[in-house]
Design a protein around this ligand. Structure first.
Ligand SMILES: Cc1cc2nc3c(=O)[nH]c(=O)nc-3n(C[C@H](O)[C@H](O)[C@H](O)COP(=O)(O)OP(=O)(O)OC[C@H]3O[C@@H](n4cnc5c(N)ncnc54)[C@H](O)[C@@H]3O)c2cc1C
Ligand code: SF4
Length: 529
C-alpha cells in the first residue's frame, strides 16, 4: 500500500512526538509510525512488582553485548516512547556542555550550535511539557529567557530537612525541574496526585508530562495527522542516486507495506535509529544509509550512572521524592579540577524494586528486611558524563539484531562523585536527626541493558567526514532524511537528556516548516498552576 505524505515521522517519543506536535497545525499531511501500541491504562501501571520484577512494560527485544552475550534491554515500545516510563526530570544542558569540556578521561566535544541558539526552544519545551522549577537556585543553571512555567514542586518534610542540612553545610541544593501536571494550590483539581509510583512507572491518570499525553494526543486532534501504531519500520529505500528516501518499509499486522513522504524523520531512539539506518544499506550506501562517514552507530553514550540509597536512622516517609537536585560538582570536584557530574533524588524505592534490580542478591532475602530497608532509604541517582567513543557502538548481528559494544569512560570522576556524596551524608549524620554515621548503601551499577539515557549514534556537526547529520539534523548524504531523537547528541552532558531532545525537535520542526513553506507555530504560554 502506498500513500503520500508531506512528512513521515518514525517513532513517537521525546523527539518524534514533540516534532509531530510542532508540525501538526501547519495543515501538512503527517504520518507518524510507531512500532508500539498505546500503553494500556490498568492498575498494574502503579504496581512495583509488575513494573520492576515482571518487567511488564519492557520490550521483548534481545540485544547482544560486545562478547555476543544476549541481554534484554530496558526499552519501551509505546506511543510516547521512553517518556511513558521516565522520571520527567526535565533539565536543560548547561551552557558549558555546548562547548568543549575537559574531563578526567579526555574531552567532550563542542556542539555545532551554541546554548543561545537552543535557549528559546528550551523555554518552549518547558512550557509544552509543564516543567515545574525555581530559577536562581541551581548554581550551574544556564541563562533562561523566561521563568519556569510552573512553580517548583515542594519538598516533603524529610527532603526539606535534607535540603536545609545541605544548605547549612554550605552546599546549594535546589528544587529539581519536574514535568508533572501538579497543582499544589488546588489539589482537589490537580491532575497529578503526587503518588510514589512515578519514576520508572507509567502514570495511570495521565498526569505525567510524557510525549503521548502532551504531544501526540494533542497533535492527533488535527485531521492532517495520522498515527499508525504497531507499525515497525524495517527499512528505508532511496532513489537510484541514493540522495533521497523514497520508501519507508513497514511491518504491521504481519504484512509488509511501504509509504512515501517528501520528508522522512527517524526518531526511534538512539540504538534503534542506528539499527534502521544500518539495516537500510544499499549499493549507494553500502555501509548503511547516510553512513559514508562510518559514524552511524558510533559514539553511543548512556551516562555513567549509579543508583545509591542511603539508610537514614529515622524512617523516610516521603512519597514523591524526586524534588531535590545537587549539582555543585558538575564542573569540578572539591579537590579536583574536572567535572564529576550531577546528583539528584529518584523515586522512592520499595522492596520489589530491589528484587527487580538485583534479583540474585535479593532472592533469598525475606521481604520484611527489604521492606525495612525501603522504609529508611533515601534514594539518589548519580550521573557522570560518559564520553563519545567511536568504539562504543551499535552494529547489527547477522540476523539484524542490535549488538552494543560499550566500555565505560570517566570511572574516576564517577567514583569521586560517589565519595563526595558519601562524605556529605556522613557529615550530615553527626546529628541524630539526620542520616546515621555508618551509612549502609546498596549501590547499584547501571549495566549496559539500562539504556534509558541512550544517545549519540548519529551525531550532528558541520563536517560530513565526522558527523552523520548537519546542524539542522538532516543527513549530510540524503537530502530529505532527518533524525530527531537523542541520536544527534555529540556529547551527553551529565543531566537527563529528554528536555534537550524535546527542545531540539522544536528547533528542527521550525526548520522543516520553513522548508515546507509553512509558518512556524509557537506554543501558547502555559497556565500557571
Ligand atoms: C525508566 C526511565 C526513566 C527516565 N527518566 C528520565 C528523566 O527523569 N529525565 C529525562 O530527561 N530522561 C529520562 N529518561 C530518558 C528519556 O525518556 C529519553 O531520553 C527520551 O525519551 C529519548 O527520546 P527519543 O525520542 O530519543 O526516544 P524514545 O522516547 O524512546 O522514542 C523512540 C520511539 O521510537 C519507537 N520505535 C523504535 N523503533 C521503531 C521502528 N523501527 N519503527 C517505528 N517506531 C520505532 C519506539 O517505540 C519509541 O516510541 C528515562 C528513561 C527511562 C526508560
Ligand atoms: S506523581 Fe503524578 S504524574 Fe507521577 S505517576 Fe503519580 S499522579 Fe502521575
Amino acid at each position: 500500500m502506498t500513500r503520500d505524505y508531506d512528512v513521515i515521522v518514525i517513532g513517537s517519543g521525546a523527539g518524534g512526538g514533540t516534532l509531530v506536535h510542532r508540525l501538526a497545525s501547519s495543515g501538512k499531511r503527517i504520518l507518524l509510525l510507531e512500532r508500539g501500541d498505546w500503553l494500556p491504562r490498568e492498575p498494574a501501571n502503579w504496581g512495583a512488582h509488575e513494573v520492576f520484577v515482571d518487567n511488564r512494560y519492557v520490550s521483548e527485544d534481545t540485544w547482544y553485548d560486545a562478547h555476543g552475550r544476549p541481554f534484554q534491554p530496558q526499552i519501551h515500545y509505546f506511543v510516547g516512547g521512553a517518556t511513558k516510563l521516565y522520571g520527567a526530570a526535565l533539565y536543560r544542558l548547561r551552557s558549558e556542555d555546548f562547548g568543549e569540556l575537559h574531563h578526567h578521561d579526555g574531552s567532550s566535544p563542542a556542539w555545532p550550535i551554541s546554548y543561545d541558539e537552543m535557549e528559546p526552544y528550551y523555554t518552549e519545551a518547558e512550557r509544552l511539557y509543564h516543567v515545574h522549577g525555581a530559577r536562581g537556585e541551581d548554581p550551574t543553571e544556564p541563562p533562561a529567557s523566561a521563568p519556569y512555567p510552573f512553580p517548583a514542586v515542594s519538598h516533603e518534610p524529610r527532603i526539606q530537612q535534607l535540603s536545609d542540612d545541605l544548605e547549612a553545610a554550605g552546599h546549594h541544593p535546589f528544587h529539581a525541574p519536574c514535568g508533572v501536571m501538579l497543582n499544589e494550590r488546588d489539589m482537589p483539581n490537580s491532575a497529578c496526585v503526587r503518588c510514589g509510583t512515578c519514576d520508572g512507572f507509567p502514570c495511570l491518570v495521565h498526569a505525567k508530562s510524557d510525549a503521548e499525553v502532551l504531544a501526540v494526543r494533542p497533535a492527533m486532534r488535527h485531521e492532517n495527522v495520522t498515527l499508525l501504531t504497531g507499525a515497525e519500520v524495517v527499512r528505508l529505500e532511496t532513489n537510484a542516486a541514493g540522495t533521497a528516501v523514497t520508501g519507508v518499509v513497514v511491518d504491521r499486522d504481519g504484512e509488509r507495506g511501504s509509504y512515501a513522504g517528501d520528508l522522512v524523520v527517524v526518531s526511534c531512539g538512539a540504538a534503534n535509529s542506528a539499527k534502521l539506518l544500518l539495516a537500510s544499506a544499499s549499493d549507494r550506501h553500502p555501509d548503511g544509509l547516510a553512513n559514508g562517514s562510518g559514524q552511524v552507530g558510533r559514539n553511543y553514550m548512556f551516562h555513567n550512572s549509579q543508583a545509591v540509597l542511603a539508610l537514614s536512622k529515622d524512617e523516610n516517609p516521603t512519597v514523591f521524592q524526586k524534588t531535590l537536585g545537587l549539582i555543585d560538582f558538575y564542573l569540578r570536584g572539591r579537590d579536583v579540577d574536572y567535572p564529576l557530574g550531577n546528583i539528584q533524588m529518584v523515586g522512592k524505592s520499595s522492596a520489589p524494586m530491589y528484587r527487580g534490580e538485583k534479583p540474585l542478591e535479593t532472592r533469598l532475602a525475606p521481604t520484611r528486611s527489604l521492606d525495612q530497608v525501603a522504609r529508611h532509604a533515601i534514594d539518589f541517582w548519580l550521573s557522570t558524563e560518559d564520553l563519545p567513543r567511536p568504539d562504543n557502538r551499535v552494529t547489527l548481528t547477522p540476523d539484524g539484531s542490535i549488538a552494543l559494544s560499550y566500555a565505560p569512560s570517566n570511572e574516576v570522576p564517577k567514583q569521586k562523585l560517589y565519595e563526595h556524596l558519601r562524605s556529605i551524608l556522613g557529615h550530615l549524620g553527626l546529628d541524630h536527626h539526620h542520616l546515621i554515621p555508618r551509612h549502609a548503601y546498596l549501590k547499584n551499577e547501571i549495566p549496559v541493558a539500562g539504556c534509558a539515557h541512550q544517545a549519540g549514534t548519529c551525531r550532528f556537526g558541520t563536517d560530513p567526514a565526522t558527523s552523520v547529520l548537519d546542524v539542522d539534523c538532516r543527513a549530510h548524504e540524503v537530502d530529505n532524511l532527518y533524525v530527531v531523537d537523542t541520536s544527534f547528541f555529540p556529547s551527553i552532558g551529565a543531566v537527563n537528556p529528554a528536555l534537550t531532545a524535546m527542545a531540539n525537535a522544536l528547533r528542527v520542526g521550525d526548520h522543516l516548516l520553513q522548508r515546507l513553506g509553512a509558518q512556524p507555530t509557537h506554543q501558547e504560554p502555559a497556565r500557571v498552576g
